[in-house]
Design a protein around this ligand. Structure first.
Ligand SMILES: [Zn+2]
Length: 151
C-alpha cells in the first residue's frame, strides 16, 4: 500500500504528491466534518469528492442508534454526486476529528471502486499530517463491474 506523509517532504510518484493542489479540497473536507452526526463514536469525519467536471461533493458521517445503519462520510459524498448525475471522480479528501488521519473503511472502498478505481485519496487528521494513496492500492484485486460480464 502506498501511503506517504506529504508533510514530511518525502518524494513520491507525481500522482501522490499534493504540492498545494489539494488544499481547497482538504479545506472542504474539514468544513464538512462540522455536520457529522456522531453521538455514539464521537468521531467526526468529513469528505470532499472532486468530480472530473470540477464539481465538489461533500459528505459527513451519519450514525444511527442501530449501528449497522451508520453511513460514512465517503459514501455520503459519492451517493450525493451520483444522485445528481456525476459519475467520474479524480480525488477524494477525508478529514477526521481524530488526531491522526484515517483511511476509508472496506465498505467505502468498494463503493468508491464502482465509479473510480484509480481515485486519488488524500487523508488528514487534526495533527495536520496529510497522506495520499490511490484506491487501487488499498483495494487490490477488487471485485467490480467487469466481474459481472458474461464474456
Ligand atoms: Zn466507510
Amino acid at each position: 500500500m502506498e501511503r506517504r506523509d506529504e508533510t514530511a517532504g518525502r518524494e513520491g510518484p507525481a500522482a501522490l504528491r499534493s504540492d498545494g493542489r489539494d488544499d481547497a479540497l482538504v479545506a472542504a473536507a474539514v468544513g464538512a466534518l462540522a455536520n457529522a452526526y456522531s453521538p455514539y463514536s464521537k468521531i467526526q469525519v468529513g469528505a470532499a469528492l472532486q468530480a472530473r467536471d470540477g464539481r465538489v461533493f461533500t459528505g459527513c458521517n451519519v450514525e444511527n442508534a442501530s449501528f449497522g445503519m451508520t453511513w460514512c462520510a465517503e459514501r455520503t459524498a459519492i451517493v450525493k454526486a451520483v444522485s445528481e448525475g456525476t459519475r467520474e471522480f479524480t480525488t477524494l479528501a477525508i478529514a477526521t476529528s481524530l488526531p491522526r488521519a484515517i483511511m476509508p473503511c472496506g465498505a467505502c472502498r468498494q463503493v468508491l471502486h464502482e465509479f473510480a478505481p484509480k481515485l486519488r485519496i488524500v487523508v488528514v487528521g487534526m495533527d495536520g499530517h496529510r497522506y495520499a494513496t490511490v484506491l487501487e492500492d488499498i483495494l487490490p484485486e477488487a471485485f467490480g463491474p467487469s466481474d459481472l460480464s458474461r464474456s
